[in-house]
Design a binder for this molecule. Structure first.
Ligand code: ADP
Ligand code: MG
Length: 701
């Protein structure tokens, strides 16, 4: 006999919990806590270890301490420019602590006289008074004051509900979840555990009941930690099992194309290149051919930093398809990039009698391209979103390549495949956004991965320099010097969130200004609002060095490859994300050197400063991606692949990397052994109910 399972409790409304009711229940579910499971998974932000609490009189100055007491008085006042200062006095019965908060006006209502609180922070002594500025301050339940020897959980406030009330509700919910009806009446049983016991033993994890108890009411810090370990494992394990099942399904169920790989077209193409492929490119091409030869659809992610030469691998994959009589498609995120791929690849393809077409929203030969794609006279089509629109029919699509995957959603990838009708084309997804190992195991955990970890030889160095806005003169000097040598410069204008129009306007103004700054140079303009024809001709003139300074927006972020560009100026660089900065800088070092990347900024935030510093320090995309994850937190990184990520509440992908590796190994082993989870029904139920609809289709039975 066991108590309830978390799967079961996802269907039980929080309103059923003692002390909640419809009104609070409504508030909670608005804040994302709709079920008892949600409530039980609402983890404390931290714990106050009562054994570490000091008396105010004994508090050492300059060290982190916790003080427990009650509020005697709280006042607030408004000072210059609307700044609100709240001052509150706390007493432990013997001495007083003076606390100040800035711009936390709501504290006045929270800290009414008599409220019992725990205050943690660094104490200072000023004119004989002990004081703290902006400490962590938590309201405790009535009577908490006198309890000793306890570790008090501190919950993130939801919907204005105080931590101690959440604590009570959760205790009630736990009690109820443990009650089971038997012939002998209600008895208490541990909450059900979906994981096999031998797994828990092997990994030294506590059981589910102990974990939930230890999370909310630990008897010691060690118990809280063991609880966290187990629950973090659970989150990561659910996700990895789901990914393992998805991968399994791709292998088992889909009948793919067994491409012919022996006809020599790929070798001929590689020999025709003006350079030797790197070892990494060769390895990736081998991976692709191996995948394409077997009758299951390929799902491969090709990861390679900016400039690592992914296009060659893509072309090889396309040619594997073409040589056996299939068609290939490449989908790029922008017209400029689609066009660039086409211009680079078409001549190489033509040598081997392979026919290519370009298909974008504004292609002139659209009708011709469409009919060629439909009747099979076109072998490879390069395009944008236009490829997945209505009216595009493929004759025999056998291989689809998606470039710069982070710009597309999963849906678009699926739509592209669906263009193949009954065929199951192979899929190669390329990304230059380096993905830290943790993310590639979660976001892309169902894909096979090839990594281009070797740069084509002799890439000129890029010097990255942070420049204060007042010092741009030296930047302009560099542009002039380089222009005299026939080199080119990008000037990237400030990012305007969510408004292409404003961004274009700011670039246009900058273009006017810089045209005056550089009267002897040709200054061009490129932004997203321009007509495709105009964009095309500006890019062509830049490439031909008729334009020496290109004022642009982030339209150049991805993929653009212009040999003679040696200078990039990024204005208000602190407003860009780290991966975006890295992508932008990747436009440099395309042939000649040395190169300069000037980050012009006067960062006002810590994050901004950290990003600039990281860029100056490192040009390693993987390193930068990790820094980015640290700065931004994982929540924002998932983007489109939300499936399952929403379930990560306790797990922290950076800190819990080891657990992730273990969870992945165990999950894949379990699914290999029991591919439909027939022998792990509880686990299947839990994944279905906790990971939601996105993953539910895995279990269609
Ligand atoms: P990315 O991975 O960023 O898409 P590209 O495929 O655009 O990189 O390649 C970047 C540049 O490096 C291109 O100019 C390409 O021709 C060149 N390149 C690719 N592979 C090699 C190689 N093995 N040796 C020398 N240059 C290469
Ligand atoms: Mg590319």
């Amino acid at each position: 006999m066991t108590g309830r399972s978390l799967a079961y409790l996802t269907d039980v409304s929080v309103e059923r919990v003692k002390g909640v009711g419809p009104k609070l229940g409504g508030k909670l579910s608005d804040a994302g806590i709709g079920s008892v499971t949600d409530l039980l998974m609402h983890a404390p932000r931290r714990y106050i270890d009562r054994s570490l609490v000091t008396a105010i009189a004994d508090a050492p100055v300059g060290r982190e301490v916790t003080i427990v007491g009650s509020v005697t008085k709280t006042t607030s006042r408004r000072v210059r420019r609307g700044l609100v200062i709240v001052e509150t006095v706390v007493t432990d019965g013997e001495s007083f602590l003076f606390v100040t908060f800035f711009n936390q006006g709501w504290r006045e209502r929270q800290l009414q006289p008599g409220v019992e609180v725990a205050v943690s922070g660094k104490a200072e002594r000023f004119r004989g008074r002990l004081q703290m500025k902006s400490p962590a301050m938590d309201v405790l339940s009535k009577g908490e004051h006198r309890k000793t020897g306890r570790i008090v959980p501190v919950y993130p406030t939801v919907a204005g509900i105080a931590s101690w009330r959440l604590e009570e509700m959760i205790a009630n919910a736990l009690r109820r979840a443990r009650l089971v009806e038997t012939d002998a009446g209600l008895v208490e049983e541990p909450i059900a555990d979906p994981l096999p016991e031998d797994l828990l033993d092997r990994l030294d994890l506590v059981d589910r009941d102990a974990a939930l108890g230890g999370l909310h009411a630990p008897a010691s810090p060690e118990e809280a930690e063991a609880a966290r370990q187990r629950l973090v494992f659970d989150e990561l394990f659910r996700l990895e099992v789901a990914l393992a099942l998805r991968k399994r399904r791709q292998i088992d169920e889909a009948e793919g194309i067994a491409h012919e790989i022996g006809t020599g077209l790929v070798e001929a193409f590689l020999e025709g290149l003006p350079f030797e492929p790197t070892g990494a490119q060769r390895r990736a091409i081998d991976d692709v051919r191996r995948d394409m030869a077997v009758p299951h659809p390929m799902h491969r992610l090709l990861q390679g930093d900016v400039g690592s030469g992914k296009t060659v691998v893509a072309m090889a994959a396309l040619l594997v398809g073409v040589q056996g009589g299939y068609q290939g498609a490449v989908m790029a995120p922008t017209e400029v990039l689609a066009e660039q791929h086409f211009l680079n690849l078409e001549p190489l393809a033509a040598i081997h009698g392979v026919r290519m077409a370009l298909l974008t929203g504004s292609s002139k030969d659209r009708a011709e391209a469409l009919s060629g794609v439909a009747d099979g006279t076109i072998d490879i089509v390069v395009g944008t979103h236009a490829l997945i629109q209505e009216g595009v029919h493929f004759h025999r699509l056998g291989i689809a390549v998606v470039d710069e995957q982070h710009r597309f959603g999963v849906h678009q990838r699926v739509q592209l495949r669906e263009k193949a009708g009954d065929l199951q084309p192979d899929l190669l997804i390329m990304t230059a956004t380096p993905i830290p190992r943790t993310l590639s195991m979660t976001l892309y955990g169902d894909l096979d991965v090839s990594v281009l970890d070797e740069m084509p030889a002799e890439r000129p160095e890029v010097r990255t320099v942070a420049v204060a806005p007042g010092d741009v003169e030296r930047v302009y000097d560099t542009i002039r010097e380089q222009a005299a040598l026939g080199r080119l410069a990008y000037v990237v204008c400030p990012l305007v969130e969510d408004s292409d129009k404003l961004e274009a306007a700011s670039a246009t103004a900058e273009h006017v200004r810089l045209s005056k700054e550089f009267p002897d140079l040709e200054v061009g303009l490129l932004h997203g609002q321009m007509r495709p024809d105009d964009k095309r001709s500006v890019m062509a003139r830049f490439r031909d060095r008729e334009i020496q300074v290109l004022v642009c927006t982030t339209v150049i972020e991805v993929g653009i490859d212009v040999k003679d560009s040696t200078v990039m100026v990024i204005e208000d660089a602190d407003r860009f994300g780290l991966s975006q900065l890295h992508q932008l800088r990747g436009r440099l070092s395309r042939g000649v050197g040395p190169n300069w990347c000037f980050l012009v900024a006067d960062p006002q935030t810590d994050d901004g400063r950290q990003r600039i510093a990281a860029m100056v320090d490192s040009d390693d995309g993987f390193r930068l991606a990790e820094v980015d994850l640290e700065i931004r937190g994982q929540g924002t990184v998932f983007g489109d692949r939300q499936a399952g990520a929403a379930d990560l509440r306790l797990a922290d992908l950076l800190r819990d990397l080891d657990t992730l590796v273990t969870a992945r190994r165990e999950a894949f082993a379990l699914v290999a052994d029991d591919p439909r989870l027939d022998r792990h029904a509880e686990l299947a139920a839990e994944i279905r109910s906790l990971l939601g609809d996105d993953i539910a289709w895995l279990f269609i039975s």
